[in-house]
Design a protein around this ligand. Structure first.
Ligand code: DX5
Ligand code: ZN
Length: 215
């Protein structure tokens, strides 16, 4: 069983309020909010005012995934907008330890995301300071892409590192999660399952969330 975190990137932005209500009433544990700057990734999504409004619709955990350069410049603003978990990319942070400390000092849980090409071994010296590791199972920037199968190996490797050291870091999988591959992803050791298009393109999104939750 994993925490389900629907990604609003795939929702109908003209009906965002209904989307929030649906996720709030569903078995989802977290709201996954993707912030893209057009620099770190080749796409622009939405920003602070949208997060602020979504925040007001729920008491569930708001999991903000920053796909932006220099995330430290915006950490405080995202705290004010209502983020509970703030995730930065290891590839965007030459001073990652400082970013993690800043996020925690602001009172949020700290997440680190790693791109598909980044080895989990690079987390060795920071793992003890991190609450969530977001293992990207697609190249960040777009919803609706295909799950990269090698990620399953990375989940097992990371799980081993976490268990060996007696840590309680959560493993989050982000990208290409479908009803077909979700069970295998959870069985490999995933704690948080992000799902965008699989949830929002479904006829009955609530039922899909429930099925993912019950895996
Ligand atoms: C991709 C984002 C994901 C994305 C997932 O850069 O980080 O959260 O919305 O979308 P799906 O589930 O459609 O792959
Ligand atoms: Zn994401």
């Amino acid at each position: 069983m994993a925490i389900v975190a629907p990604s609003f990137l795939a929702s109908d932005f003209l009906r965002l309020e209904q989307a929030c209500k649906m996720v709030d009433e569903s078995k989802a544990g977290w709201f996954h909010l993707d912030i893209m700057d057009g620099v770190f990734v080749p796409n622009i999504s939405y920003g602070l005012p949208v997060v602020e409004h979504i925040r007001k619709t729920t008491r569930k955990i708001c999991d903000v995934h920053l796909m932006i350069v220099e995330p430290g410049r915006y950490a405080e603003a995202f705290k004010k907008a209502g983020a509970d978990v703030l995730t930065v990319h290891i590839e965007a942070c030459p001073n990652l330890h400082r970013n993690i400390q800043q996020i925690k000092e602001l009172g949020m849980k700290a997440g680190v995301a790693v791109n598909p090409h980044t080895p989990v071994a690079l987390l060795e010296d920071i793992l003890q300071d991190v609450d969530v590791v977001n293992l990207m199972s697609v190249n960040p920037g777009f919803g609706g892409q295909k799950f990269i199968p090698y990620t399953l190996h990375k989940i097992k490797q990371l799980k081993q590192m976490i268990t060996n050291r007696g840590l309680s870091t959560l493993i989050e999988i982000d990208g290409g999660v479908t009803m077909e591959n979700a069970a295998g992803i959870v069985a490999a050791g995933t704690d948080v399952l992000v799902a965008g298009s699989t949830v929002f393109n479904a006829k009955d999104p609530k039922a899909i969330i429930e099925s993912l939750y019950n895996l």
